[in-house]
Design a binder for this molecule. Sequence first.
Ligand code: NAD
Length: 481
Amino acid sequence: MTTERLKNYFGGEWVESNSPTAGQVHNPATGEVIGECPFSTAAEVDAAVQAASAAFPDWRRTPVQDRIQPIFRLKALLEAHASDLAATVTREHGKTLSEAMGSVRRGIQMVEAATGAPSMLMGMALEDIARGIDCESVRQPLGVTAAIAPFNFPAMVPLWFAPFAVACGNTFVCKPSEQVPFSQKLMFELIHEAGFPPGVLNMVNGAHDVVNAFIDHPDIKALSFVGSSPVAEYVYKRGCEKLKRVQALGGAKNFIIVMPDADMDMTLDAIAESAFGCAGERCLAAAIILAVGGCRQEVREGLVKRMSAYKVGDGSQPGITLGPVISASHKEKVLARIEQGIAEGAELVVDGRDPGVPGNGYFIGPTLFDGVSEEMSIARDEIFGPVLCLMDVPSLDEALDMTKRQPLANANSIFTTSGKSARKFRYEVPAAMAGVNIGVAAPMSFFSFGGSKGSFFGDLKAHGREAYDFYTDRKVLISRW
Ligand code: NAD
């Protein structure tokens, strides 16, 4: 069987990459090779950026109510093809079909939020800032913008950026993760069908060279990145050096505080879903439970019970609740982290190292460590797999201090029935995405998205109002007649 080699899409056309290098794309549930992703060259990035630059002058002059018409059509097409998209996500990423569908729905919400551009792009005006002199401020698009995506939400993450960028009058180039390029192939088929003018939305497949070519290209004015923290920091620093506007969303180590007064059934259901949903490959996944004031044993027993109910296997099959991790090499990394946790003295309460799934898929079962302490690597480093750590913490103050000492701060949650504890938590917790009695503190498309400290590099976050700030410049006009 010949495997499909993916194409790039720019200037309204599908274009074969002539790069000699490429990566294999796998179905993580079977290990089967399902495609080949070309590692496009800097010259191919330049061709896509030229197409985007050529489209910009006319697109920015297109009235915003006309610009959002293909966005409405894209929304309808995404609804019509949601199941195909979810199946594609499952096939190349491994998450279960219902998880994949959830992520497609979240992506569609971004498209919906971007159709609010006519209201969101309005400026401000004030008469008589001095006698007979008026002042107004308008928003103008930047030009060509670009985004670099991670593997874990193949359909959704590019939609955090593309609809807002083009609704604001910019043109856009996307680089999908080379591990999961098929969802964006389908997305760009729908984008093509939606009838955006050629060059408005473009895609270049590839790996590090494409990222570096985006950073170095003088015509890309704004760059969005989502991925691990070391690469986020690299893209942010190098992008800023090239005087671009950059937002770089990085990795996570999410601490969840459980107070002894929490509604335990609801809490433990939410925590299990947060830690093991999408095989733990979520930047909002629960990683460490800080069980406060003596509730550790109850949390432990409740989690063990819930973990035994997970059915590990191919996420495309009915009844499966935990799919594989993304690749053989990532599986090795997660297994090495588990070994490290054991070596550091944590107690492996539930061992998911061999979940007994036949075949060549990259499966790890739900895994729980107890007796974890702050200095252990499993308490510090992002694992990005279905591995949860449990710690006994005497007080809310100590739990909050622990979150403050962490270098990463993407999302934190508290589970409690006390308004006082919840208020203290929301006031003090460092993460910019915080949940009260919520396992996955994921804001909606009309709120901003992005963490703090080592989980986010930049000033303006993704989607919501901040997307309109990121994708426009404000021009102030002062006039006297
Ligand atoms: P990654 O950093 O390995 O890759 C992300 C992107 O950067 C990919 O497109 C990849 O091709 C490119 N890349 C990787 N290494 C590079 C390098 N050295 N130079 C230039 N480009 C490079 O991340 P991943 O493994 O694809 O995704 C998982 C990570 O993403 C996790 O750390 C997760 O927490 C994070 N993530 C964060 C958010 C968020 O909102 N903060 C959302 C999703 C995922």
